[in-house]
Design a protein around this ligand. Structure first.
Ligand SMILES: Cc1cc2nc3c(=O)[nH]c(=O)nc-3n(C[C@H](O)[C@H](O)[C@H](O)COP(=O)(O)OP(=O)(O)OC[C@H]3O[C@@H](n4cnc5c(N)ncnc54)[C@H](O)[C@@H]3O)c2cc1C
Length: 305
């Protein structure tokens, strides 16, 4: 029986679906933030650890190293986000285990795990074999845990301070209320917008649709018109909405890597040769400054908003 540790908030419990792919797994969950631990017992989790305080990445890594060495977990699973992309490499280095990111599937044959993941900027699916311990990172919405009711025991952990690194200060960043990974509808903006104030056009469209706002890397990282909470792509958030509407985004592989699992993709771009048109369900070759306000107006009439 392989021991599996899933780490995340209560809304990341989709990852238990990945843990269940291990043969007869014993699943433990390190629950970050508040949440009803008994909910995890519906999916075969037998032990839930909670942390007595919010922790920075370095402390979580040290806490994990400790937990792994006492419990001898074979598979450790986390969501793919910036917090874990900082935490997991530290823990992996300290436990000498490999990290596989953007995992699609897992099969087990004896002591060997066969892991399939998105690779080469999402242009290929790569299957690798690993023996012994492995860290897997994946978007929680990709998996659906099977119900299997168990009795859960809980234990509160004291976060461990990392050795060799001293956190001098921590300053909370102003946080948007967006959790774009969970959004069902996304209007995403790119460099086709000429000025920050023009994003208003996308905000209005998103409001009528009840959508969240996503963006390409330059909008968040270079221009800083939106916070990183909105950033979609290889180095941003992985999203999986029912509708992804890309406005003024060229569709480079690094952007596609974050949204390829969207159900329906609509692209609005004035350049008929924009690569995004090869990766969409509906393509509109039009100037966004003309098309977006007209679409918003029409949707307002239809939806009576
Ligand atoms: C290691 C690495 C990681 C990266 N990670 C990410 C990532 O996570 N996410 C990400 O998005 N990118 C990422 N990138 C950057 C990526 O390669 C592209 O540079 C970026 O996605 C381009 O953003 P864009 O489409 O908004 O801008 P552009 O490529 O400049 O495209 C703008 C588009 O707007 C269109 N347009 C212009 N005017 C109008 C108009 N009036 N109406 C309609 N359309 C118009 C143009 O035709 C063009 O297609 C990464 C790059 C590297 C090297």
């Amino acid at each position: 029986m392989a021991k599996v540790l899933v780490i995340g908030s209560i809304s990341d419990l989709g990852l238990i679906g990945l843990a269940q792919k291990v043969e007869s797994p014993e699943i433990h969950y390190l629950l970050l933030g508040s949440g009803d631990a008994t909910q995890l017992g519906k999916y075969g989790v037998t032990k839930v650890y909670t942390l007595s305080a919010q922790v920075d990445e370095a402390s979580l890594a040290e806490t994990l190293v400790n937990l792994i060495s006492t419990n001898n977990y074979s598979v450790i699973i986390t969501p793919v986000n910036k917090y874990f992309k900082t935490t997991i490499p530290i823990a992996a280095q300290k436990t000498s285990a490999p990290v596989l990111v953007d995992v699609l599937d897992l099969k087990q044959g004896g002591n060997t795990f066969e892991v399939t993941l998105n690779g080469v900027g999402n242009r290929a699916q790569v299957t690798v074999k690993v023996t012994d311990r492995v860290f897997l990172m994946a978007p929680p919405a990709r998996f659906k845990p099977v119900e299997k009711v168990t009795t859960v025991t809980t234990e509160s952990l004291q976060p461990k301070a990392i050795t060799g690194i001293k956190v001098v200060s921590t300053e909370e960043k102003p946080k948007g209320k967006v959790r774009i990974e969970d959004a069902e509808l996304i209007v995403s903006v790119g460099r086709g917008f000429k000025k920050q104030e023009d994003l208003k056009l996308a905000f209005e469209l998103a409001e009528v649709l009840g959508a969240e706002i996503g963006c390409s890397r330059p909008i968040a990282a270079d221009l800083k018109w939106l916070s990183e909470d909105h950033w979609v792509g290889l180095s941003g958030h992985k999203v999986r909405p029912k509708l992804y509407m890309a406005v003024g985004i060229s569709g480079q592989p690094q952007h596609l890597a974050g949204m390829m699992e969207s159900k329906t993709v609509v692209v609005i771009n004035s350049d008929p040769n924009a690569p995004f048109f090869k990766n969409c369900d509906y393509g509109v070759v039009e100037d966004l400054y003309k098309f977006v306000p007209a679409l918003t107006k029409k949707l307002r009439e239809i939806l009576k908003k």
